[in-house]
Design a protein around this ligand. Structure first.
Ligand code: GTP
Ligand code: MG
Length: 288
């Protein structure tokens, strides 16, 4: 995993910083399957003094129990948190209402000063492929921004008017230059935030199979009749057989397949960031 922080991301980050002055509220998007790994620490410190909503996107793909744990965790950290599915629209309607509530004081003060009523300005930020542009399209109920199931689709900031009271700024996805924990990099890659071209499919696939064996063994069984303990090679052979891959060099094809199946949700609702594994300095979390 080498080039996940190319020059255009550094520029995207600078552009976000430059725009902050005119923004009333931030919608910070994290992927519900990786609520820790997808939270950009570089962005978080930049946004420290802005009102914000933390939105767990793709909640339809994540383990509901884990999402609840993470939502509570971030609430305790002082965030307002909402788990959403931007495709079906789950909880999306509540976003505008929450934003108005959060900004009620600010708007009342402006009114008291005699300032004209104006649209709220929200900025959407988050890692690549987390669903920023999709959420905007769902909010405006039409296709105004480009979306795609790969990182780096949005190349520049774009204002979208949701309604006369509400303007939204779409931004390109941003990662950060160094992952302190190797697991964070692996989880970002599996969730689809890093360009496939720079990924090691063997490493990712091996990690995913071991992860499923540890946390969702029933998925391996129901999908491919894999029981643990089985060696990595035996697992690949079994999946190849189940899919009718007859060539002997099936390994890469099998690994591509399971990564795709995971990303699309065809393996069921799976959360990679296990709350209990990221103890986050709170000894009480040990038991979770
Ligand atoms: N299942 C599911 N898929 C989603 C959701 N939101 C977005 N997606 C999918 O995620 C992919 C990426 O969506 P985009 O909206 O382009 O992501 P983005 O954050 O704008 O990405 P960049 O512009 O590359 O930074 C698309 O294939 C969407 O259909 C969601 O809530 N649930
Ligand atoms: Mg986008």
């Amino acid at each position: 995993m080498i080039q996940w922080y190319p020059g255009h991301m550094a520029k995207a980050k600078k552009d976000i910083e430059a725009r902050l002055r005119v923004i009333d509220i931030i919608f910070e998007l994290v992927d519900a399957r990786i609520p820790f790994s997808s939270k950009n620490p570089m962005i978080a410190s930049m946004l420290a003094n802005k009102p914000k909503l933390l939105l767990l996107t793709k909640a339809d793909l994540a383990d509901a129990y884990q999402s609840k744990k993470w939502a509570h965790y971030y609430e305790r950290e002082g965030y307002q948190v909402l788990a959403i599915d931007a495709l079906s629209g789950l909880n999306v309607k509540r976003i505008g209402k929450w934003a108005k509530e959060v900004l009620a004081d600010k708007l009342a003060k402006e009114k008291a000063k005699g300032l004209l009523e104006r649209p709220l300005r929200a900025m959407i930020v988050g890692i690549p492929n987390v669903g920023k542009s999709t959420l905007i399209n769902t909010l405006v109920k039409r296709k105004t921004t480009m979306v795609g199931n790969k990182p780096g689709v949005t190349k520049a900031q774009q204002w979208v008017r949701v309604n006369p009271q509400f303007d939204l700024l779409d931004t390109p996805g941003v990662l950060w230059p160094k992952f302190d924990d190797e697991k964070v990099g692996l989880h970002l890659a599996l969730a689809g935030a890093i360009k496939d071209e720079v990924l090691d499919v063997f490493k990712l696939g091996e990690y995913l199979i071991a992860f499923l064996g540890n946390h969702y063994p029933q998925v391996l069984w129901e999908k491919w009749e894999i029981t643990s303990p089985m060696t990595f090679d035996a697992v690949l052979e079994q999946i190849a057989k189940k899919n009718g891959f007859i060539k002997t060099d099936y390994q890469e094809r099998v690994l591509d397949l399971i990564i795709k199946e995971f990303r699309s949700g065809r393996l069921g609702r799976i959360t990679l960031d296990r709350f209990a594994q990221f103890k986050l300095g709170n000894p009480e979390n040990d038991e979770l």
